[in-house]
Design a protein around this ligand. Structure first.
Ligand code: DAK
Length: 258
């Protein structure tokens, strides 16, 4: 399907979604937001897709919500037409592995969407920030929560209150990104990583993701109990038998996603 604001391509079992509003630094307009949600809904049902990469341009992953669309909003228009909560969260709700490949600016809603992905690979020119304070508002799509969980209170407060940006090195040191690579290696690294994930058993990667995400929602003992049940349940899959048999037989496993 063709989109106005996204370029969607496939490479084997990996799907790459590129945000494509370059003139507006990929500002997250209503149209882009709805197209992203619709693309993810289709990919969720596509059995041939096992992993998704969300990326932008070399200059901007996304410079935030489209301020020009937001500026005349009222409390009621925001409340009634809750496009952000409904559609942006589609990234967080996506059940298959999804990683963000971030180059350039990831600001405001752009930073929030990157943080909704399972992890972030950053180019060395990446800049992360929650600059909403400069606009007379605050982060509204999880920034105050996910950033705090990722980098801790001191840096999250600093960024949300001062609006300053974090470069790639600081983001990696703080635990916001999993690795930094040179800009011209970003997509190659993201694709190699995504293919590695896509090669695993899909139900097992999905359950693993669910278990890690559960750590944000529950106490340690509940999380550990949940992990143990999923671990035990995995022994009812053909892929567990295949994975362990392949190890014992010194061969590569061939997962059937069953
Ligand atoms: N929105 C609209 N247009 C944007 C934009 C944005 N966020 N960011 C950049 N652009 C546009 C610029 O207006 C400019 O357009 P033209 O003037 O050429 O028409 C073009 O992109 C190039 O931008 P610049 O000329 O500014 O480029 P520079 O390299 O000089 O600067 C910059 C790059 C990223 C530092 C700068 O553009 C900038 O500061 N951008 C704004 C960053 C920002 O404040 N982001 C936060 C947006 S607020 C909600 C939940 C969440 C949210 C909203 C609602 N609800 C639950 C209801 C989220 C809010 C946000 O994200």
């Amino acid at each position: 399907m063709a989109y106005n604001t996204l370029e969607v391509t496939k490479d084997g079992k990996v799907c790459i979604i590129k945000l494509a509003r370059p003139k507006a630094l990929n500002a997250l307009s209503n149209e882009l937001t709805m197209e992203l949600a619709s693309a993810l809904e289709k990919l969720d049902k596509d059995d041939n897709v096992h992993c998704v990469i969300l990326t932008g341009s070399e200059k901007a992953f996304a410079a935030g919500a489209d301020i020009k669309e937001l500026q005349d909003g009222t409390f009621l228009s925001m409340y009634d037409h809750d496009v952000f909560a409904l559609y942006w969260e589609s990234v967080a709700r996506f059940r298959k592995p999804i990683l963000a490949a971030v180059a350039g600016y990831a600001l405001g809603g752009g930073c929030e969407i990157a943080m909704m992905c399972d992890f972030i690979i950053a180019a060395d020119n990446a800049k992360f920030g929650q600059p909403e304070i400069n606009l007379g508002v605050m982060p509204g799509a999880g920034g105050t929560q996910r950033l705090t969980k990722a980098v801790g209170k001191a840096k999250a407060m600093d960024m949300c209150l001062s609006g300053r940006m974090m470069n790639a090195e600081e983001a990696e040191r703080a635990g916001l990104v999993s690795q930094i690579v040179p800009l011209d290696e970003l997509m190659e690294t993201a694709l190699t990583t995504a293919k590695k994930i896509a090669h695993q058993s899909l139900p097992i990667t999905m359950m693993t993701k669910e278990a890690v995400n559960t750590s944000f929602e529950t106490s340690l003992s509940q999380g550990i109990r949940f992990e143990r049940r999923l671990f035990q349940a995995m022994f009812s899959t053909e892929d567990q038998k295949e994975g362990m048999a392949a190890f014992a037989e010194k061969r590569t496993p061939h997962f059937k996603n069953k």
